[in-house]
Ligand binder design. Structure first.
Ligand code: THG
Length: 364
């Protein structure tokens, strides 16, 4: 593929200088912003992540800040998840849907105060959806994209590295909870979360000026821990079954199809609830499944159709060879008729038709 021409419109981040100095080899664009995809190689980066600790510039997980007397009212309209149960220090994975129940985004919501929330976005312009609803309903809220850039620290040594920079208090942070901890006198939200299953934290860095000082402090503190710059790793996240909006699911899919029905427990009349009622009662007709594809696969750049019994029965949205498990691991959306574990279909990769077998579960 040819290079993407860089410009102001493809936004850099507060950590871009550090990412470049660390030898980034590939980028994608996510929320109109640079997101690194590879440093050494996908395989090397993945193995290192599983053994040591990495610092990830995930600034592209942009925040939609919703603040004001009607903040919770607005959230209850755009969230299928019961927001009343959310603790003051909690983060919630929240599939958000349109009036047809189609997925618009799958952000992490962070409760900063009873009248102030952040939605930490996947790739999509959810701010405009929230703003449109707020204006149409005359809600008293301020909706902005603040100068907040998440920096993730992921891997088995994440607790040890973070403790050196933020103190031992980080060790007490529970999964999807946060504490406000100081760096250079500025209190930052530090949550136990991140887009890997290797454990770790996300620091919501408020103020771009703090970016490189924090980046440098983490690398200095982690010198003897083999700390490296990393990024969400395609191999690790497919093995882990972490869904990628735009790849594994789009507005064509409901949260039930994405296996996110457990996050649709709101008693409120949220947007899309009526459209989802049928699936809430009877389940979806197709759903996300882990698959193994036999043979040599090319990079998955388009949805690959799945065929069986002479018809299409689903599609694959992500696929990659897993060195740890020795298989091509894939994430597919599969019709109920063919989603049982062990079912074999044929997948058209564009470079050949290969067998694809439904798995019991993801790899971790
Ligand atoms: N962290 C933050 N913002 C984000 C992401 C993140 N925005 C973009 C993207 N990732 C949003 N999508 C996801 C998908 C999965 C998870 C988080 C965000 C995730 N899921 C866990 C799981 O599936 O096991 C836990 C879900 C739960 O139990 O609540 O972590 O990573 N800030």
């Amino acid at each position: 593929m040819a290079n993407i021409f860089p410009s102001r419109r493809i936004r850099r981040t507060p950590f871009s200088k550090g990412v470049e100095a660390a030898g980034v080899k590939g980028y994608t664009v996510y929320n109109h912003m640079l997101l690194a995809t590879v440093f050494e190689s996908l395989e090397y980066d993945c193995a290192h992540l599983k053994e040591h600790v990495q610092v990830w510039d995930v600034s592209c997980e942009r925040q939609v800040s919703i603040k004001g007397p009607d903040a919770l009212r607005l959230l209850k309209l755009i969230s299928p998840r019961d927001m009343d149960r959310m603790a003051d220090d909690q983060c919630y994975y929240v599939p958000t849907v349109d009036h047809n129940g189609g997925m618009l985004n799958d952000p992490v919501a962070v409760k900063l105060a009873a009248d102030h929330y952040w939605l930490s976005l996947a790739d999509g312009d959810l701010l405009q959806f929230a703003l449109g609803i707020a204006i149409a309903r005359g809600f008293d809220v301020e909706i902005v994209e603040p100068d907040v850039s998440p920096l993730a620290v992921q891997g088995p040594r994440a607790d040890d590295l973070m403790a050196r920079v933020f103190g031992d208090a980080v060790r007490e942070i529970r999964f999807f909870r946060y504490k406000r901890l100081a760096f250079q006198g500025v209190e930052l939200v530090v949550a136990r979360s991140g887009w890997s299953k290797q454990g770790g934290f996300e620091i919501y860095v408020e103020g771009a000026d703090l970016g490189m000082p924090l980046w440098d402090a983490l690398f200095e503190a982690g010198e003897d821990m083999h700390v490296r710059a990393g990024c969400p790793n395609t191999i690790e996240r497919i093995e882990s079954g972490l869904l990628s909006y735009g790849n594994d699911m789009t507005r064509e899919n409901t949260p039930y199809e994405c296996g996110l029905g457990k996050f649709c427990n709101s008693p409120e009349d949220y947007i899309g609830k009526a459209a989802l009622a049928e699936q809430a009662a009877n389940g979806p007709a197709r759903q996300i499944r882990p698959l193994v594809i036999s043979g040599e696969i090319p990079p998955c750049l388009d949805a690959w159709p799945l065929f069986a019994d002479g018809r299409q029965v689903g599609q694959v949205g992500s696929a990659i060879f897993s060195p740890e498990f020795g298989v091509n691991a894939a994430i597919g959306m599969v019709d109920q008729s063919h989603w049982a574990p062990g079912t074999v279909m044929e997948v058209d990769t564009g470079a050949g038709i290969l067998p694809a077998t439904v798995q019991d579960r993801f790899w971790r």
